[in-house]
Design a protein around this ligand. Structure first.
Ligand code: SAH
Length: 365
């Protein structure tokens, strides 16, 4: 078994290149995954509700930097239709993700959550960026179960460069927001990009430590992928600095997934679309075999899907929801795993829910 006693132990695995030693890492992560979250792969249907965004994140293809892209916002009816599709396809959860779009108002989103809950009973995850306390409270009251907000990197200097304040929109402390979401009773998900210009191996160690300290229910890890319309891709050198640079490749991403599984054994860990994008043949399977237990099939109507361009050449972008579903179920079956039934709560949340019998102040998801 693998010992991860110190930051040095973690760093040693991150820089390891010997394939036979790495086999030990993949096997350990796979064993811990099996013991803590089982063989089931949970499907979360992703609905990319809007590509409008007021933020100036220097990595993201739908930020204000991208002047060329056509902007869209789905209507409430379109969003609820996608959720019905998720139910028909047997998914347990829908994820409403979008840019930080003020047009996704508190009442519009609350209305969608209420309708989805009433009509489908599915678990609802939100991933709508840094929103006000009133909005987050209202959406939780409307029935939202989970919130995804990646902290992107634990290095404050890099974070400031990739997530600068934009006009009329101060940059909020995402770690504080995650703790607040936890207190509001959401299951909380976060994550990072791997291989951001300027990111070092020690930064990745701290990212993993931050996952532990937040005690996350979900952890999304994907490679940073350069989008030509973003400042980060246009001037990598200016962002990179003189230090050692982490790779934004498959191997480093898989090591991060495996180490996250070993350090936060109960978390739900997706095999991300960004990982599938850099290895369209094997990325999903390798993510699932290195500690992953979740996949987020895309349910967004194809006419919008192509416009939700966080990075170029995104996996599954030219498929319908049905094609995506058939393809992903095939991939899961071929590696001997099963598709999960129900909402796929994290084991931590199931324990917390059991505790609410004695502690009514703690919200169950
Ligand atoms: N507006 C929401 C949702 C953002 S998209 C928010 O800010 O939380 C979801 C995730 O996609 C981001 O958190 C980021 O980690 C990832 N992402 C965005 N642009 C990317 C890029 N160019 N390469 C890799 N991942 C990217």
């Amino acid at each position: 078994m693998i010992e991860l006693r110190s930051d040095h132990d973690i760093r040693t695995w991150l820089v390891e290149r010997d394939e036979s030693r790495l086999e030990t890492l993949w096997e350990a992560a796979d064993q811990v995954r099996r013991a803590h979250v089982g063989e089931e792969v949970h499907l979360r249907g992703l609905i990319e509700v809007s590509n409008r965004c007021r933020r100036a994140c220097t990595y993201c293809g739908i930020s204000v930097h991208n002047k060329a892209i056509e902007r869209y916002r789905m209507t409430a009816d379109e969003i609820v239709d996608c959720a019905r599709r998720a139910l028909d396809l047997g998914f347990g959860t829908v994820v409403l993700q979008g840019g930080e779009d003020p047009g996704l108002t508190a009442s519009m989103v609350a209305g969608c959550i209420t309708r989805i809950k009433q009509e489908t009973g599915l678990a609802v995850t939100l991933s709508l960026g840094e929103r006000t306390d009133e909005e987050l409270t209202r959406w939780r009251e409307a029935g939202a179960d989970r919130y995804l907000l990646r902290f992107e990197t634990s290095n404050p200097a890099i974070y400031a460069r990739i997530h600068p304040a934009a006009p009329n929109c101060p940059s909020l402390d995402r770690l504080a927001l995650l703790r607040r979401l936890d207190r509001l009773g959401y299951e909380i998900g976060s994550g990072v990009m791997v291989g951001i210009p300027g990111q070092t191996w020690d930064d990745l160690v701290q990212d993993l430590r931050t996952f532990q300290s937040l005690d996350l229910d979900m952890i999304g890890i994907g490679p940073w992928l350069p989008h030509p319309a973003t400042p980060l891709a246009q001037d990598i050198e200016a962002f990179a600095g003189p230090t050692e640079q982490v790779f934004n490749d498959r191997l480093t991403t898989l090591k991060m997934v495996a180490l996250a599984r070993l350090l936060v054994p109960d978390a739900n860990l997706p095999a991300t679309t960004a990982l599938a994008t850099i290895d369209k043949d094997q990325g999903r399977e390798l993510g699932l075999m290195s500690g992953g237990n979740v996949i987020m099939p895309n349910l967004t109507p194809p006419k919008y899907r192509v416009l939700y361009e966080l990075y170029p050449d995104k996996a599954c972008v030219n498929e319908t929801a049905e094609e995506c579903d058939v393809c992903l179920r095939g991939r899961i079956a071929r590696i001997g795993r099963t598709v999960g039934e129900g909402p796929g709560q994290s084991p931590k949340q199931r324990r917390t829910a059991a505790m609410t019998i004695t502690d009514p102040t703690r919200g169950a998801a």
